[in-house]
Design a binder for this molecule. Structure first.
Ligand code: MG
Length: 266
């Protein structure tokens, strides 16, 4: 009897020891499986992208009501709060030709009809060559994510400007890791991963915005934490805004061109 008891005790101890031994499959996660996506060729849109410009028309774009860019963040915040919910958006009237569209200086910014928060975005742009323009006036535009956070578009291949105002910069906030610019007159690309900020019900910040940017395939912003919306003058801070907002392109009085724009909402 005693021998049987000891035998059973030994088996039990062995089983407990065996059960606690980690196995490779313990850390395998099978569900949920990531959704199957067909990748595009090079930079053509993948199958689940929302195409914002495919070379044909600006049907995904409109004139924005909110286009505040200049001045302090306080002024931008006031413009944002003063928006009219019954505003009638006109159609975007930048020039579409040869599979791209061009800023028509003086007509103002354009924005997407759709609203986006967290996203992966691809956009191609071209800064026309100039013999006379310099600094911030040399083919300036801008990609305003959520209409508030500007990824600068500018020719600074050789033309010099302030480091936090050049292509690849989050304007006046984050200097790009390198200058990956191509010469003016050549097509360039941004690939962006953006995490929108979150706000608490009382309007306070829950979590800030983060951005990763590839400029012509080169990493220039590596999961950078943003301090707030883009302000032309003075420091920035966060103010509460919706979880999804339009993407805006800047009219900075320069005929910058765009093509092949697509977004994957995350
Ligand atoms: Mg700009």
């Amino acid at each position: 009897m005693k021998h049987i008891f000891l035998f059973l005790l030994a088996i039990g101890t062995f089983n407990i020891a065996f059960a606690q031994e980690p196995k490779p499959e313990d850390t395998e996660v099978w569900e949920p499986q990531p959704q199957k996506v067909t990748p595009g060729f090079i930079y053509a849109p993948p199958s689940d992208a929302i195409v914002l410009f495919d070379g044909r028309d600006l049907s995904e774009w409109q004139k924005p009501q909110f286009k505040s860019e200049k001045g302090t963040l306080k002024e931008i915040e006031q413009d944002f709060a003063a928006m009219d919910p019954n505003f009638e958006h006109g159609s975007a009237d930048w020039l579409v030709e040869d599979g791209s569209f061009t800023v028509v200086p003086g007509t103002g910014a354009i924005e997407t009809k759709r609203k986006f928060g967290d996203m992966q975005l691809h956009i191609e742009w071209l800064c026309p060559q100039s013999e006379t323009k310099t600094g911030q006036n040399y083919s300036n535009s801008g990609l305003f994510i959520m209409g508030l956070y500007e990824l600068q578009i500018l020719n600074n291949y050789k033309s010099k400007t302030y480091a936090n105002g050049q292509a690849g910069a989050i304007y006046k906030q984050k200097i790009p890791l390198v200058n990956a610019s191509r010469p003016p007159g050549e097509w360039q690309m941004y690939d962006v991963i953006f995490t929108a900020p979150r706000f608490n019900k009382d309007g306070s910040l829950d979590s800030p915005a983060y951005i990763t940017v590839f400029h012509n395939g080169v990493l220039v912003q590596n999961h950078v934490k943003l301090d707030g919306p883009t302000a032309y003058i003075g420091k920035t801070y966060y103010f509460m805004h919706p979880q999804k907002m339009p993407i805006r392109l800047q009219d900075h009085d320069n005929p910058v061109r765009f093509r092949n724009i697509w977004v994957r909402a995350l």
